[in-house]
Design a protein around this ligand. Structure first.
Ligand SMILES: Nc1ncnc2c1ncn2[C@@H]1O[C@H](COP(=O)(O)OP(=O)(O)OP(=O)(O)O)[C@@H](O)[C@H]1O
Length: 674
């Protein structure tokens, strides 16, 4: 560290949680490389590292004043900020390079007003260039496209058209399919149940049908999703859609139902960030569909684009309004910034009219760019009807309309329940007995809590001599029952966070006789929390040797050991058998082999992405904080299929509805000019 005062300031920053030790380590590394580096530059390095941890790709020097106010920076930081603003253009240090200057290996890159770590700047430039290249490449238009589109998306009322405000109703699914058919790159975004999977299955049917007519072999199609859970859900959804897909058997059977995680698709290797498939060893495929694309961070997107053959087609599906990836970047959000308004050009509008019969002229603008032409937003939910509280609440949150949110919460609906003053112990009761607040008449369909799967587990336990298949079926049923309910938290720590609530729920379940055994140190995610039957766990790190992905959920169960005794094993749903709906069998893994797992009575909203539950309870803390955002609330609400319970005060819900996540990145700007 060059000056003692900077070192002392960093020490206090760590103590006050303004910076992490890792951020200061980066500043130290920079100081070692240039011992004449100005202090404000070292401080910027530490600040940049901190911002990356919050998902930003860069620091926007022009926006630092706003950040200072938002984060209530202390006096020494404000002094350094002034020096940055005065001197930034004059720094001559081997630590920082200008993006437009001679190439160097400087660890920091300044691109206009943005400051990047070189690695992220490289990724951002690569992703933008690779997408621009794909958008610019002329793609052979499938012959008979219009006829096939008309057959798969008839406009005769069989498929409801999608209304949008006061413009003429448009069949956005047909439009999305047509746009994806004409290019090597496309994005289909939409909220829950808007038909993203339906559209892509028809697109694959169409592409396969037309390809088989012209060529001897089918297209090589691969499907992927960021997490195992999302992959499993997409697979089940595709299996269901294929049963009604109106194409020839040859085309239908050439559509895969197997969905890989992105890590598996690219071939992750232990102890390295590099994948087996890359530019030198590209994937063998013609079409790649990636679902839940909002969870893809910039580095992963860069890896996907590197491994994709130049001629292959990439189709991204996802909900642009959901929380972004945990890692830095908000790729789908950046790609879809203008999706709401369409921003088509005249050529696209004319082509769509001729090919689909749909008139998108209300969505034509003069400032259209190449990316806009390949983005389609589905706008009508087929899952939530107009009267659904969940659907209306999600829409109101998405629009940032706090008074509509409040009105919906205080109006009786059958599917939304509001708990304005739930204490942690009240949350524990709700998580166990969820049903006390159910407002549905049919007794079987009550919104349940965790009690449900624990009671079912006992009720349905096969006899010891029932055999492996019967025990696996029981384990699978238990996993399905567990999946009916989930408690989601905004925070990890504190009494309203995942760790505190997991501990309290386990203790309460034990006190009520719903679980047995040790609860040694139930708390932060360590494998030594104590294993007992019924303990649900989430994998917190990919384990390639066990074939488990970060986010996989299993349940610890007691199985006969074949020698008259019993032993605990954790049952995980096994990857889907092609052609089957959902997981059909389980894998049993001994607890001693699981190193990175955490108890999962409660999970963060982030971790729940890609999953859905019949009943979701979202617990908001009583105090304001930067994590309470519109995207978090929206993502939590849209995890619920039938019932949604929201625990949080009116003030906190209003704050979250108004507070939007902002991620600093230059990707949208780089693509805006394409
Ligand atoms: N045009 C349509 N007409 C009638 N039903 C439709 C239409 N499109 C989709 N659906 C139905 O709506 C439901 C949701 O569709 P789908 O799974 O394709 O949506 P999604 O956007 O992929 O949902 P998710 O939120 O799970 O990602 C399905 O039951 C599907 O059959």
């Amino acid at each position: 560290m060059p000056t003692e005062s900077l070192a002392a300031m960093f020490e206090s920053d760590i103590a006050q949680h303004r910076l992490r030790p890792l951020d200061v380590a980066l500043a130290r590394f920079l100081a070692e490389r240039d011992n004449a580096a100005p202090a404000p530059l070292l401080w910027l390095g530490a600040l940049l590292s901190r911002q990356l941890a919050d998902g930003h790709l860069c620091l926007d020097i022009d926006a630092l004043d706003a950040l200072a106010d938002e984060q209530q920076w202390p006096f020494p930081w404000r002094t350094l900020l002034r020096r940055v603003q005065e001197d930034v253009g004059t720094w001559r240090s081997p630590l920082i390079a200008d993006a437009k200057g001679q190439p160097t290996a400087a660890p920091l890159v300044r691109d206009g007003s943005r400051l990047y770590l070189r690695r992220y700047w490289n990724h951002e430039c690569h992703v933008a260039a690779a997408i621009r290249e794909r958008l610019a490449r002329p793609h052979e238009l499938p012959l008979q496209l219009a006829d096939e589109l008309q057959r798969l998306f008839p406009s005769n009322g069989k498929n409801p058209v999608e209304a949008v405000h006061d413009t003429a109703p448009l069949h956005w699914q047909k439009i999305a399919c047509a746009l994806a058919a004409r290019s090597a790159f496309s994005v289909i975004t939409g909220g829950p149940g808007t038909g993203k999977t339906t559209t892509v299955v028809r697109l694959l049917g169409l592409l396969q049908t037309l390809h088989l007519r012209e060529h001897a072999r089918p297209l090589r199609i691969r499907l992927a999703a960021p997490t195992g859970k999302a992959a499993e859900r997409l697979s089940a959804s595709i299996v269901a859609q294929l049963t009604t897909l109106d194409v020839d058997t040859d085309a239908r059977t050439a559509i895969p139902t197997q969905v890989d995680t992105l890590h598996r698709l690219l071939g992750s290797r232990p102890d390295t960030r590099r994948f087996r498939h890359d530019r030198a060893n590209p994937l063998h495929l013609d079409v790649l569909v990636i679902d839940e694309a909002s969870m893809i961070d910039l580095e992963m997107m860069s890896a996907v684009l590197s491994a994709l053959p130049a001629t292959a087609r990439l189709i991204l599906l996802g909900d642009k309004d959901q929380l972004s990836s945990v890692e830095a970047g908000a790729v789908l959000g950046d790609l879809c910034r203008r999706a709401q308004g369409g921003h088509y050009d005249d050529a696209t509008a004319q082509w769509l009219k001729a090919t689909t019969g749909e008139d998108v002229s209300p969505f034509v603008t003069a400032d259209a760019n190449a990316l806009d032409q390949q983005v389609a937003m589905l706008r009508h939910s087929h899952r939530f009807d107009a009267g659904s509280g969940i659907g209306r609440l999600a829409a109101a949150v998405n629009m940032g309309d706090a008074s509509a949110v409040h009105a919906l919460l205080t109006t009786a609906t059958t599917d939304v329940i509001w708990e304005p003053s739930a204490t942690p112990s009240h949350l524990v009761d709700l998580a166990i007995d969820g049903r006390s607040h159910a407002q549905d008449d049919s007794s079987d369909a009550n919104a349940c809590g965790h009690r449900h799967y624990l009671e079912q587990l006992r009720r349905q336990r096969p006899t010891d001599d029932a055999g492996n298949d019967a025990h696996d079926a029981w384990a699978l049923d238990t996993l399905r029952a567990f999946n009916r309910f989930q408690l989601l938290c905004a925070l990890r720590r504190g009494p309203y966070g995942v760790e505190g609530l997991n501990r309290q729920i386990a203790e309460a379940l034990q006190a009520r006789g719903l679980i047995e055994g040790r609860l040694a140190g139930v708390g932060p995610g360590h494998a030594n929390e104590g294993w007992y039957e019924g303990r649900p766990v989430m994998v917190t790190r990919n384990d390639y040797s066990l074939g488990l992905s970060n986010g996989d959920v299993g349940i610890c169960l007691r199985f006969p050991d074949g020698e008259g005794g019993a032993r605990l094993a954790v049952a995980f749903p096994a990857s889907t058998t092609p052609g089957a709906r959902g997981s059909t069998h389980v894998r049993r893994i001994l607890p001693s082999r699981l190193n990175d797992v955490a108890t999962a009575y409660a999970m963060t909203v982030h971790k729940s992405q890609g999953s859905e539950f019949e009943h979701t309870l979202l617990a908001l803390p009583p105090d304001p904080g930067p994590l309470l955002t519109r995207e978090l609330l929206y993502t939590g609400i849209t995890r619920a299929r039938r019932w949604f319970t929201l625990a949080g005060s009116e003030e906190i819900i209003e704050l979250a509805t108004r507070q939007q996540t902002r991620r600093y990145s230059g990707l949208a700007e780089r693509l805006g000019g394409c």
